[in-house]
Design a protein around this ligand. Structure first.
Ligand SMILES: C[S@@+](CC[C@H](N)C(=O)[O-])C[C@H]1O[C@@H](n2cnc3c(N)ncnc32)[C@H](O)[C@@H]1O
Length: 261
């Protein structure tokens, strides 16, 4: 079937329900193929892996673009995500293992040399709750072998502005995808790590051949971080070294943490 038709149908059929990325998984995928340099990101992540690393877990792997690249570099790669719609697209991209799971509960004790969570996915771990990013870091630390490394990116508190509107359009030869995001601040002092808010998303896709459009909307809770708070979270979650780094993604913050040898 025509790939643009397939996306249109997927958007129309999507069960928005409680699935954060349900309706706009295919639109997200087209959009971020253009807006994120996954090759550079894969190199950034691998460069921070421990020497001789052979296995990687890609947390919140989404549609698998980073996962597919890391799977080419390691003997064993596993993608974890809680969205069935995102994982379906990842499954069409790579034949590496995919697990539908929440980062706050999934553990594979001592299984990986490298654990990575990028693409601003930490933004979706709830603020002010006992099971937010601290719990996800604890699960990641437990899933790493001795000397294993966690590599994350995250959005900085300063970038969460009330009523801020971002509009961006990606064009391929067959379609145009427009994305509008309105940022809302809901709780400036949500917890000791930063603030909480919401992204109100609208994606519109247009088939450039037929002019047909499909739209998807979603309002996602997001949280942002005071950078100096995150190394402390990693240290309290079982890592023994934690440092801020400058990632090649546009969210502002990055963290590399290591579990003991
Ligand atoms: C912004 S997308 C990033 C996807 C991918 N990392 C990328 O850069 O293309 C965020 C992803 O995080 C996933 N996600 C959000 N909260 C999660 C959780 N608690 N456990 C696992 N995955 C989660 C979503 O389903 C979505 O695929």
């Amino acid at each position: 079937m025509d790939p643009v038709r397939q996306v249109m149908d997927a958007v129309a059929d999507a069960d928005t329900g409680n699935e954060l990325y349900g309706a706009f998984a295919p639109l997200y995928d087209i959009f971020f193929a253009e807006r994120c340099d996954y090759d550079t990101l894969a190199t950034f992540v691998s460069d921070r892996a421990p020497a001789g690393a052979r296995s990687v877990a890609v947390g919140a792997c989404g549609t698998g673009r980073l996962l597919a690249r890391l799977a080419d570099r390691y003997d064993r790669a596993v993608g974890l995500d809680r969205s069935a719609a995102m994982l379906r697209l990842a499954g069409g991209r790579t034949d590496t293992a995919l697990v539908r799971a929440d980062l706050r509960t999934v553990v594979a004790p001592g299984a990986f040399d490298l654990f990575t969570v990028t693409g601003n996915s930490l933004a979706h771990l709830p603020a002010g709750a006992p099971d937010g990013v601290r719990t996800a870091f604890e699960r990641a630390a437990e899933s790493l072998r001795s000397g294993g490394t966690l590599v994350c990116d995250f959005m900085l508190t300063d970038s969460l502005m009330n009523g801020y509107v971002t509009e961006d359009t990606v064009e391929t030869d067959r379609c145009r995808v427009e994305r509008r995001v309105v940022t809302r601040v809901e709780d400036r002092g949500a917890d000791d790590l930063g603030a909480a808010g919401r992204y109100d998303y609208e994606f519109t896709m247009t088939d450039r051949r037929t002019g047909e459009t499909a739209r998807a909307e979603a309002s996602l809770p997001v949280r942002v971080f005071e950078p100096e708070a995150l190394p402390g979270v990693a240290l309290s979650a079982g890592f023994t070294e934690a440092a801020l780094v400058d990632p090649p993604t546009p969210y502002g913050g990055g963290l590399v943490a290591r579990v003991p040898e």
